[in-house]
Design a protein around this ligand. Sequence first.
Ligand SMILES: Cc1cc2nc3c(=O)[nH]c(=O)nc-3n(C[C@H](O)[C@H](O)[C@H](O)COP(=O)(O)OP(=O)(O)OC[C@H]3O[C@@H](n4cnc5c(N)ncnc54)[C@H](O)[C@@H]3O)c2cc1C
Length: 383
Amino acid sequence: MDDVRYEAFRKDVFERMWTELAPFEDRIEREEQIPYAEVNPIITDLGLWGLMVPEEYGGLGLTVSQYLPILSELSKIHGGIRVVLHVHNSNAHALSVIGSEEQRRAVLPGVAAGTMSVAFALTEPDFGTGADLGSTAVRHGDEYVLNGHKHLISNSDFASHFIYFAKTDPDAGELGVSAFLVERGTSGFDIEPLPHTMGCKGGEHGRITATDVRVPARNLLGQEGQGVAQLEETLELSRVLVAASSLGTAERALELAVEHSRTRITFGKPLAQRQAVQRYIAEMAQDVYALKLMLGDCARKWDAGRRIPAEASMTKNFGLEAVGRVTDRALLTFGGVGYTRAHSIERLYRDARLNWLEEGTPTIQNMVVARAFVGGHTLGDAS
Ligand SMILES: Cc1cc2nc3c(=O)[nH]c(=O)nc-3n(C[C@H](O)[C@H](O)[C@H](O)COP(=O)(O)OP(=O)(O)OC[C@H]3O[C@@H](n4cnc5c(N)ncnc54)[C@H](O)[C@@H]3O)c2cc1C
């Protein structure tokens, strides 16, 4: 999207997200579900389902630099709506990278319109991730037969398709993992909800049991054995997007803490005039600023066509630490009322904690970063 059109689009979306989506905050927190019948038409009208879908498939085809501010703003408004749209757009991007032209044509126009959605089914209850999978896919003629268990799979309540990772060769380590596109409703593919989450209320992250699920061989994504490379490539961008969510949550927590510090009077003075509180504010602002700069560097490099595994993982890690510190300090600035549901700070604090886990824990990010630098990675023109 060209700069002029984007600026008008961004302005309109920001305004309407605050006037039309933000009012659902209390209800989603209370009911622990998103009232899709009312929220869907707004999301569709704003074009949010298709933000990361390439234009040729009916989406808006935003660059990462254009997408990040919108995702950050959504994180301010509500973590649950953010997680649903983040997962939807990230997985649309994943399919546009690893899917064939036929697979993209079949699914992406529906994804852009919000009538279809892709979920990413990697994590398993009884195994690790990446090459350590218990799910298997065995070829029989023109079909693969899938068996296994997955859990914590976001958007499993409404996704129409699942990118399902399974072992096609259990003895080949990382080269034995492959990805398949499985349609919801395929016989033997059972989906159940998991208990509600701590924050980001309304997003659902279900459990999948695959029992002799037969999928046509053409549903293999890429080639057999490419699964680990595919998930590394797609998670790379997704980690930057999680960091953008951390930024939005942190920025909102800072805004609310500053506002509260101006109006709450103790011992005859606003909190904002107390050095201890000023220090919280300065440290929060410093975290927000640093994260913003790191995200800007990632976005510029990605939009220039570069792979950024180390930058993405460092930014994801810094983002979760930053939003952790910022929401801690914002809560302290609010004092006791911050712990009640009277203020959004309580929700932001809980929403932020998901960012530790999405797209891999800090341990995994550190492994990616160390591997890159030991392998000769440099930060190049970070500015
Ligand atoms: C709300 C939510 C939504 C999610 N959505 C999705 C989704 O859509 N798709 C999907 O596939 N997954 C999803 N996940 C799963 C998420 O990616 C994982 O929870 C996360 O990557 C951690 O993996 P795990 O839960 O298997 O933890 P575990 O692997 O059990 O790890 C537990 C702890 O041990 C550490 N650890 C584990 N193995 C090692 C090791 N070998 N060496 C050192 N330390 C280790 C970890 O770093 C972690 O601190 C979601 C999770 C949540 C909470």
